[in-house]
Design a protein around this ligand. Structure first.
Ligand SMILES: Cc1ncc(COP(=O)(O)O)c(C=O)c1O
Length: 309
């Protein structure tokens, strides 16, 4: 499903660089079950803030972060049940909470899922190349953040009308920040810039395009899928009660968790949602939407529902 061809020479260079910088990679098993994280790393997490640019925060790429700004470890999956008074329906509706990832968004997981295998195989050379992260915001923020943690140079590309908050944060984290014309809906312009960079810089860059990276899907299939399964088990939800998994799709990474759940709960229906005003087309640009701050990403749109018992 993904290309795991090893380039020994580059892989060796990446290993040396990681050793120099004291970078340790978390495994998928640790992201799913943080009790597997070594005690030495947990001690360091106790001294580290949730958003700090510190390689130890790679071990906070998990849905199970303690909801603390400083020194948190891991516990239950972060999710809420939305009260019936708000939903107006009898079905129970749960939402995963991505706010307690470093950067405040689950995209830090999807981008780790893309960059980590490229470093391990040697498809990306951290000593020579720059990782390019094109997106309207959270994916490029996650990509720039992971690049910094993993000792890689990065380029973030996002529309110029995204918030000042996003730009000023990125300027501190990414090597280069490129603003493209337009707003949240102007995805084509971001990829036009990627084509330009590809022509200008050739092998000096590697473009991690979330729309063609199966690694994005695989991270959600494994880590998000398991997190949902775990909290449903804690809630005592039975297979025949589980009716749907809804995901607002951007690059169709998060909906990959639905494939995992569908294998566990075959009767489950998958629902893809898209905001009315975000149509990613070269000819249609509808109104921009208010998804611009750093703190607007509380729920990520993952909703589980079951019929009442
Ligand atoms: C907060 C948030 N939720 C959901 C999505 C969509 O997820 P995906 O790109 O995995 O389909 C994105 C990005 O596109 C996002 O930033």
């Amino acid at each position: 499903m993904i290309d795991l061809t090893i380039n020994e020479e580059i892989r060796k260079r990446n290993i040396e660089r990681c050793k120099e910088k004291g970078i340790v990679f978390p495994t998928f098993a640790q992201m799913k079950d943080p009790s597997k994280i070594p005690a030495k790393i947990k001690e360091r997490l106790k001294e580290t803030g949730l958003w700090d640019i510190d390689p130890v925060n790679l071990f906070r790429i998990s849905w199970r972060n303690e909801p603390k700004e400083q020194g948190g470890l891991h516990g239950n999956v972060n999710y809420i049940e939305i009260p019936k008074e708000l939903t107006g329906v009898k079905a129970r509706i749960f939402a995963l909470v991505g706010k307690y990832f470093p950067t405040g968004s689950h995209k830090v997981g999807a981008t780790y899922g893309c960059l980590a295998p490229a470093l391990v195989t040697g498809a990306f050379d951290s000593t020579k190349q720059k990782a390019v992260w094109p997106s309207t915001g959270n994916y490029c923020r996650g990509g720039a953040y992971n690049s910094a943690l993993l000792g890689c140079d990065s380029i973030a590309i996002l529309p110029e009308e995204m918030s000042d908050e996003r730009f000023s944060w990125l300027k501190k984290v990414a090597g280069e920040v490129i603003a493209t014309p337009g707003c949240e809906s102007n995805v084509k312009e971001i990829f036009d810039k990627c084509h330009e960079l590809d022509e200008e810089r050739g092998d000096d860059i590697v473009i991690f395009n979330q729309f063609d990276q199966m690694e994005n899907y695989l991270w959600h299939y494994n880590v998000t899928g398991k997190a949902i399964e775990d909290f449903l088990t804690e809630e005592g939800v039975k297979s025949n009660q589980l009716k749907g998994y809804c995901s607002t799709t951007g690059s169709a990474g998060t909906i990959g968790a639905g494939d995992y759940l569908k294998q566990k709960y075959p009767e489950l229906k998958l629902v893809a949602g898209e905001h009315f005003s975000v149509r990613h087309s070269s000819t249609t640009v509808l109104a921009d939407i208010e998804l611009k701050g750093l703190e607007t990403n509380m729920f990520h749109g993952y909703i589980m529902s079951e019929i009442p018992i």
